[in-house]
Structure formats: C-alpha cells, structure tokens
Design a protein around this ligand. Structure first.
Ligand code: PNS
Length: 166
C-alpha cells in the first residue's frame, strides 16, 4: 500500500484568489499530493466555466509537482474516497466561515470517519479576500492586483469587457 499522503482541497474557485493560492502552497508542503478539486455545481451560477477555472489553476501551479487539479461531481466525500485521499483541506478566514465549515466537516466525517478534515488558517493578508469580493471589485472597475494572480486578473478583465460588449 502506498504511504503517500494525499489531500483534497475542494471549492468553487470562481476564480482562484491569492487566499486560495496561499492555502494550496502551504498545504502542498504538508501533503505529498494536494488535489485542487473544482466542484461541478450545476445549481450555482459561475462567472468562469469549469474549464476556464481548471486551466487557470493548472497554469498557475504548473511548477509545483505536488499540486494536481481535477474536477468532481456529486458528494465530495465519495470523490475523496475514490481519489484515495486521507484528508480534506479547507481554509478558514473569519469566524463567520466556521459554522458552515464545521457542519460540512462533521457530515463528511459521519459519511467517512477515516477521511480527516484539516482547517488551515488563512494568512492575515488574505483574511478579507473572497472570490465574491474579487468579482464585485473587478466588475465595477476596481483594482484586484493584490488579490489575485496576474493571470486571473487578466481573465477577469477580459470577462467583464466581454460582458460590456454584449
Ligand atoms: O468554494 P466553496 O463554494 O465554499 O466550496 C464548497 C464545496 C464545493 C466544497 C461544497 O459545496 C461541496 O463539498 N460540494 C460537493 C457536494 C457535497 O459533498 N455536499 C455535502 C457537503 S457536507
């Protein structure tokens, strides 16, 4: 049996922020493989398509061999089990994240007690950064240079320019 420690870092990543990037970089130091798992959620309206999101993340982490990027459908815990993951990683920013995250972690533990959820505290510089805030800023012409990777910033510019022209 392989003793490689695999963790899944799930989310919508619409788009990836510096906060996510920081968690991925730090998580990839602790685990042998960190799988960034982009959820295919038909119910949520997303700015970026699933392919656009995974392509951006793949490009940004192309130099880190411990990071892989995949999509998943259905229950996260089933995907984590199929993937042979020992852990699920989630970032925690403020206390307001806690209730939902705690509920999700407990539900996942009930379904699969051997897959542990690890919470990583966000760096203080990214406490206030979320994909929602980034989109709102970018859509209204605000600078998001310090909040996202330059590649994401460029894609946001293109996306909102596209919308303005339609
Ligand atoms: O970035 P987000 O939107 O906070 O990520 C939420 C996500 C995708 C991790 C969560 O909604 C999820 O796990 N969805 C998959 C469906 C599932 O397993 N739901 C039950 C969670 S207890």
């Amino acid at each position: 049996m392989s003793c490689r420690k695999i963790a899944v870092y799930p989310g919508s990543f619409d788009p990836l922020t510096n906060g996510h990037q920081d968690i991925i970089n730090r998580g990839a130091v602790v685990f042998d493989e960190l799988v960034v798992a982009v959820a295919i959620n038909q119910e949520k309206r997303h700015l970026f398509s699933i392919n656009e999101r995974i392509e951006m993340i793949r490009e940004i982490f192309a130099g880190n061999s411990r990071v892989t990027v995949e999509t998943f459908d259905g229950l996260l815990i089933h995907y984590a089990q199929r993937r042979g993951a020992h852990a699920i990683v989630r970032g925690l920013r403020a206390v307001s994240d806690f209730e939902y995250e705690f509920q999700m972690a407990l539900m996942n533990r009930k379904l699969a007690p051997t897959v542990e959820t690890f919470f990583m505290m966000s760096s203080e510089s990214y406490m206030y950064v979320s994909s929602r805030i980034v989109k709102e800023m970018a859509s209204l012409g605000g600078r998001v240079t310090d909040l996202v990777h330059p590649l994401v910033e460029q894609q946001l510019k293109e996306k909102y320019a596209e919308y303005q022209n339609t």
